[in-house]
Design a protein around this ligand. Structure first.
Ligand code: ZN
Length: 605
């Protein structure tokens, strides 16, 4: 067998955010070797053209320059040569998200999709990765965290790693720097949490809580487990948030104040968000990394892959992120209902739920959800949040239809049995399997849930398990929903139908809700409101001012569009019932309470 393709990464210029990547190909295509960088990264459904960050690509053979011709945006063709072909690229890495690459004198992070040219025709071939330490003296104490199997070097040190093929090479992100590291075991499997960025969080507590979350998900699918190691790569920042799933790790960005402080008791909303993010990405280890839409088996990273199934891979994952926290004992029933209620509120506040179906939202993720603009709330629905509600409805529907012999739990375990090998779930297969398990034709349910824009009958589905659902107006800009009216301050009676952000001059309109007072008055997203009724507006106090007024009140608004000041009159409308809450029904009959308990315990008969 011939030598593997070998990649060497040097953080050549941390201050200038540049990695140098050298690829040595022992057996290039004798007819000329094509090389290709992905256009997107699995889990984030948007064409990103990572090749735009390659600032230099040169090829040599025996130290002699070899011609390289650009074939399209992300493909190069190297002239034929006999010996090993060496391709050197410089990659500009200054992206703060979990999707690309980042390098400065404090740390480096990369996804292989940003750095590693694929040797076209040799994608199945094993490769090695040599990670060299930066020479910059500011980066002397750096270590390395990745789940790529190590060939040489000290644990957590620079050295050489291997990957069985190019897919694996780009599915193990790499962190380098002076991260904090805590290790724990979940069901005997070594897990690690590497935290980058300034913080004063209690990482031992995080490790304890994550152990419970990971074990809840491991127990859900059972043995044999799909992983023999797992790594949470967390970067804490001022206010960023995001996560991306990988086969044995996840890359996360979260606000540093979401970490629990030493001695802190209880679970703050911020810490709950962080645990939910971890729970979500960990569940993806099964759901989307292994059980995946057929169109991603295998991934074609050169063009979009369209599927109507993202409700099942993201929405169901959102649902199980909360279920996992509850099963781990980190959320009680009320806390879980609040978490669900927040998702339901996001859907309820999106008029686009009556325009786009969740199947369309999934199919058009590439051009709609991932490229959401100022009018998105009027046009689209998220397959994350609506998908989570479909999951809730499907769980309750399957339990009811099958007399508690089947549930979302059993459906996802069956999907794991059938498709956990990564062979890919054909479009429509989840619906068919759900009907098969429930012993009832569920086509009507899926037609309504996936291919229709009517609201799901959640209240009706929750009643038999002794839960109530209600709607109320929002109490302010910070009201995310999920809590019943008695637990919250008084709701505002009137609204203007806008979402605002602070701007230097006043309040900038982020979204204008179709059919609302601002729309009727001719205001638009992007307009900056500087005064209402002759009084200056500062940032978010617009909402507070509107709160004091009654529906029907006409307000005079001064707003800039570009540099032109406009004056309009808007008639305030009654605040919409756009905030959802779920709660235990104190009057539920005993059989409903018992049914609820079996549901929460995951009991099937
Ligand atoms: Zn996800």
């Amino acid at each position: 067998m011939s030598a593997p393709n070998h990649y060497r990464v040097l953080p050549v210029d941390p201050a200038g955010h540049r990695f140098e990547v050298t690829l040595t190909i022992p057996d290039p295509d004798p007819a000329g070797q094509r090389l290709r960088l992905p256009a997107w990264i699995p889990g984030s459904y948007m064409i990103r053209d990572f090749s735009k960050h390659l600032v230099e690509v040169v090829a040599t053979c025996d130290d002699t320059p070899v011609g390289l011709r650009k074939m399209d945006s992300h493909t190069w063709l190297a002239e034929a040569c006999d010996g090993p072909l060496v391709v050197r690229a410089v990659v500009y890495a200054w992206d703060p998200s979990v999707r690309k690459a980042h390098l400065d004198q404090t740390h480096g992070f990369f996804n292989g999709t940003s750095l590693f040219l694929e040797v076209v025709g040799q994608g199945d071939r094993a490769c090695t990765l040599q990670l060299d330490p930066p020479r910059d003296p500011a980066c002397q104490d750096w270590r390395v965290a990745t789940t790529l199997p190590r060939v040489d070097g000290e644990p957590w040190g620079f050295g050489t790693f291997r990957a069985e093929d190019h897919d694996a090479l780009v599915d193990h992100p790499v962190e380098m720097g002076t991260f904090d590291l805590v290790s724990f075991e979940a069901r005997g499997i070594p897990h690690h949490l590497a935290v980058t960025g300034r913080h004063s969080g209690d990482l031992d507590r995080v490790a304890r809580d994550l152990t419970a979350v990971c074990e809840a998900h491991l127990d859900h699918f059972g043995e044999p487990y799909p992983i023999d190691r797992y790594l949470f790569l967390l970067t804490v920042t001022g206010e960023g948030r995001g996560g991306l799933e990988h086969r044995a790790s996840t890359a996360l960005v979260a606000p540093r104040d979401q970490l629990p402080r030493p001695g802190e008791r209880g679970i703050s909303d911020g810490y709950r968000d962080l645990l939910a993010l971890c729970s979500h990405e960990y569940f993806h280890t099964w759901n989307v990394k292994r059980i995946k839409p057929a169109v991603f088996a295998p991934y074609d990273l050169s063009r979009p892959g369209h599927t109507e199934q993202l409700w099942a891979f993201e929405g169901v994952t959102v649902y199980f992120e909360g279920v996992g926290l509850r099963r781990a004992g980190l959320l009680d029933l009320d806390g879980w209902l609040k978490h669900l209620g927040e998702d339901a509120t996001r859907v309820q506040r999106t008029a686009g739920r009556h325009v786009q179906t969740v199947a369309q939202s999934s199919f058009d993720a590439w051009t709609k959800l991932y490229q959401a603009d100022e009018d998105a709330p009027n046009q689209i629905v998220s397959y994350y949040t609506k998908g989570a509600l479909v999951a809730l409805a499907l769980d309750l529907t399957m339990r009811r239809a099958s007399e508690e012999q089947a549930s979302l739990d059993t459906l996802w375990r069956a999907l794991w049995d059938r498709y956990g090998d990564g062979s890919g779930v054909p479009e429509g297969a989840i619906e068919a399997l759900a009907s098969e398990l429930a012993g009832v034709d569920l086509r009507g349910f899926f037609q309504q849930a996936l291919h229709d824009t009517a609201d799901l009958p959640l209240a009706e589905l929750l009643e038999p398990v002794g839960l109530r659902m209600g709607l109320r107006p929002a109490t302010g800009d910070d009201d995310k929903g999920g809590t019943p009216p008695g637990d919250t301050p008084d709701a505002a009676p009137a609204h203007l139908g806008v979402t605002v952000a602070s701007a230097p001059l006043g309040a900038r309109l982020r979204h204008v809700h179709r059919g609302g007072p601002a729309h009727a008055a001719g205001l638009s997203a992007g307009d900056v409101i500087v005064a209402m009724d002759g009084l200056r507006v500062r940032g978010k106090d617009l909402t507070k001012r509107v709160r004091t007024l009654a529906p029907g009140t006409v307000v005079r608004i001064h707003a800039f569009r570009d540099d032109v000041l406009r004056t309009v009159d808007a008639r305030l409308a009654p605040a919409p019932q756009d905030t959802v809450w779920f709660a235990v029904d104190p009057d539920a009959p005993p059989e409903a309470v018992a049914r609820r308990q079996r549901w929460l315990d995951g009991v099937v008969r």
